[in-house]
Design a protein around this ligand. Structure first.
Ligand code: SME
Length: 156
């Protein structure tokens, strides 16, 4: 397994492409989902310097906080609530350019200004988790982030 994170020079595409390659290696050599979520959070977070990067896992009727990097976050989110709960309900990625414009957004931190949440599916097509990334800046996430983060979520 790669013991050190190499961060590509250049733009977002190059960074995501290398990140995807490294995550593929990590996931191939480790079957424990928590260990993989922990390393994926760390690698994305370190590559892009986001405010908060982590997973919430589906546990019954709620999403429960999983491995993450960044400040303290809320532990549980109900189905359909906030951006994470909406991703679970709608079964698709939510790109939020300004969290204040998102009805029912759950503010774990007032520093968070924009956000992307990507669903993680199992082989049966059920959502088992969501990958949540928060930025301190408005309009951080676009279609490039969506595409690559969905590819990363598919590796789990
Ligand atoms: N903002 C999220 C809650 C989780 S934190 O940002 C880490 C939401 O509305 O789902």
């Amino acid at each position: 397994m790669a013991e050190e994170l190499h961060i590509a020079q250049g733009g977002k595409e190059e960074k995501y492409a290398l990140l995807h390659k490294q995550i593929t290696e990590i996931v191939r050599s480790e079957e424990d989902i928590i260990a993989n979520m922990a390393n994926i959070s760390a690698m994305i977070h370190q590559t892009f310097g986001f405010w908060w990067t982590g997973f919430y896992r589906v546990q019954g009727e709620e999403l429960v906080l999983g491995p993450f990097q960044g400040p303290l976050a809320c532990s549980r989110i109900k189905f359909g609530r906030g951006v994470c709960g909406t991703t679970w309900k709608e079964r698709c990625t939510q790109v939020v350019p300004d969290v204040e414009q998102f009805p029912g957004h759950i503010a774990c931190s007032s520093a968070s200004k924009s956000e992307i949440v990507v669903p993680v599916f199992n082989k049966e097509g059920e959502i088992t988790a969501v990958l949540d990334i928060d930025s301190e800046h408005l309009n951080t996430f676009d279609n490039t982030d969506k595409l690559w983060l969905e590819r990363i979520a598919e590796l789990l």
